[in-house]
Write a protein of this length. Structure first.
Length: 239
């Protein structure tokens, strides 16, 4: 299936309303890291999130109000009155549930869009660093510990990526430090690992890397620290 043929399917895919055969077409493009489909899905997510707030506020018709009030008036038949109240209560519960579902869905989509945008920007920055002619790479770790690579460029910055970092509390974060030959460590940003311990942290340049002989990682409060407050869990020599 070509991209023009798929243009009207992305919103349905985001909503989960697309037929399995058509959904598999989009997923096959995503598996191949199709940039076009990735961008269209992000746009579709934004559209569907916005739609939840576009419902027009309508004044209920008079006859509906009269019917509701009538259902609340005492009647000779107690069972009919109970049925009316029960039906009204059930309708209120359904309306409340729908409102909560709409709010949660919209919030979830906004959070996913923000996370995807951040990840995309970070990956673009990483590619820029890796493509520079002055970039050098240092590999660290082993199979049973945190491992990965540090890419360093005087003009591009630093890319710190790898896997198997330990799990930490939700109110803590990892902080990357540039360690000079002499003097205090310099913060290079905070980051978190995913559920499998994978991580990517990009420090855009240009950076003054003169005299920097290592990078280190420590566990800090969620907003980071001006200086390390714990013993580094990882030190990688780049000198």
């Amino acid at each position: 299936m070509t991209h023009p043929e798929m243009n009207e399917l992305y919103e349905l895919y985001v909503l989960g309303a697309l037929e399995p055969e058509l959904a598999s077409e989009i997923e096959s493009h995503l598996v191949d890291q199709c940039e076009y489909c990735g961008e269209r899905l992000q746009e579709a997510a934004i559209v569907t999130a916005a739609m939840s707030g576009m419902a027009e506020q309508l004044e209920p018709p008079k006859h509906l109000r009269e019917r509701v009030l009538a259902s609340m008036r005492p009647r000779k038949q107690a069972k009919s009155w109970m049925y009316a109240v029960g039906g009204l209560a059930a309708a209120c519960v359904l309306l409340l549930a729908y409102a909560l579902w709409s709010m949660n869905t919209s919030r979830s989509l906004r959070e996913q869009i923000a996370a995807l945008t951040q990840e995309r920007n970070q990956l673009r920055s990483a590619v820029e660093v890796l493509s520079r002619p002055d970039t050098r790479m240092v590999q660290f770790g082993n199979q049973n510990a945190a491992r990965g690579r540090v890419f360093v460029s005087q003009n591009g910055g630093v890319v710190f990526a790898g896997s198997q970092l330990p799990q930490i509390a939700s109110d803590r974060t990892f902080q990357l430090w540039l360690i000079p030959t002499s003097g205090a460590p310099r913060s290079a940003g905070i980051f978190r690992a995913n559920a499998d311990g994978g991580f990517v942290n990009v420090v855009p340049g240009p950076l003054d890397l003169t005299g920097i002989h290592a990078v280190a990682v420590s566990v800090e409060p969620s907003q980071g620290s001006p200086a390390p407050t714990t013993t580094p869990i990882l030190v990688v020599s780049i000198g």
